[in-house]
Design a protein around this ligand. Structure first.
Ligand code: PDD
Length: 284
């Protein structure tokens, strides 16, 4: 049975004191993070919690804990749920108050909730690659905020799912931005190309790890928006996220990418990434 963190307590109940008036429930008025767990240890936890505070600050939300306290809560959730390979989910909403759009007049305490669950690494996708579908990016202009408001992402992922694809890739004004829950990268003539970390994408933690690995491996990088047409001409394509790591994309809108199998640059990056995580879970 999952142990949750709700209302300052570790509890088996999944809705302890969660109010119908919670602004997360009404408005998606909150922020969240997903942190990977390998071998019972949090991976890049500081970076995730730092981004949680940045997202909160961008929506003028004060988290009632310190960064260290949230890391300690995440660690406790991993322990309490005995998670070896999996992830921690944490979210903060603006709290519970009768429904009006503007912030509550009276100070309300933001609601912090979280849990840790077992989830195996998606080895089949990581090794064999996935298919993706392109969709129009109809999201707002603050995609740099990891907001709970994910309706456009949900609809995009569902559209991809119905087309037997693993991920939806957003296109805004003819330019590839990112996936519905991942960052997107193309490889052309050995150069890794990805959208710059502007307001139009979430600056993924895995994205940052990959850019660092490119530097270490001497792989050239261009952080620039590339067009839908360029995307269709890439030698390789891959997506990154906390849960999908580095996943090769072998098919875009029904057309094979390159040879239709994971490319050499992608595989090199995957190998370097695998060296960063504990060996005992490398195949979990
Ligand atoms: N999603 N872009 C979007 C829109 C995302 O939702 C995510 C992550 C990423 C990749 O970020 P990171 O490498 O920090 O996980 C990019 C998480 C995993 C989710 O919503 O489940």
């Amino acid at each position: 049975m999952t142990i949750y963190f709700i209302d300052g307590q570790f509890t088996k109940k999944d809705s302890l004191n969660i109010s119908i008036d919670d602004r997360g429930y009404y408005f998606g008025d909150g922020v969240y993070e997903v942190v990977k767990v390998y071998d019972g240890e949090l991976f890049t936890a500081e970076e995730h919690i730092e981004r949680l505070f940045q997202s909160a600050s961008k929506i003028k939300l004060a988290i009632p804990y310190s960064e260290q306290q949230l890391i300690d809560i995440a660690k406790e959730l991993v322990k309490a749920n005995d998670v070896k390979t999996g992830h921690v989910y944490m979210q903060v909403t603006r709290g519970a108050s009768p429904r009006v759009h503007q912030f509550p007049e009276l100070a309300v305490t933001p609601v912090v909730t979280g849990y840790a669950i077992h989830s195996p690494r998606p080895i089949k996708n990581i090794e064999g690659g996935v298919s993706v579908k392109t969709v129009e990016d109809v999201r707002w202009l603050r995609c740099d905020i990891k907001s709970l408001n994910l309706l456009a992402n949900v609809l995009a992922k569902q559209e991809a799912h119905e087309a037997d694809c693993t991920e939806a890739i957003f296109i805004r004004d003819g330019v590839v931005t990112e996936g519905s829950s991942s960052n997107a990268f193309g490889v052309k003539d050995g150069v890794v190309i990805t959208h710059p970390a502007t307001n139009l994408i979430l600056n993924g933690i895995t994205r940052r790890v990959v850019l660092e690995l490119c530097k270490e491996l001497g792989i050239s990088v261009e952080e620039r928006g590339f067009t839908h047409d360029e995307m269709n001409e890439m030698d390789e394509f891959f997506i990154t996220s906390t849960t999908s790591e580095i996943t090769p994309v072998v098919n875009i809108d029904g057309k094979a990418v390159g040879s239709g199998t994971p490319g050499d640059v992608t595989k090199k990056l995957q190998e370097a990434f695998a060296r960063q995580i504990p060996l005992s879970v490398a195949r979990d």
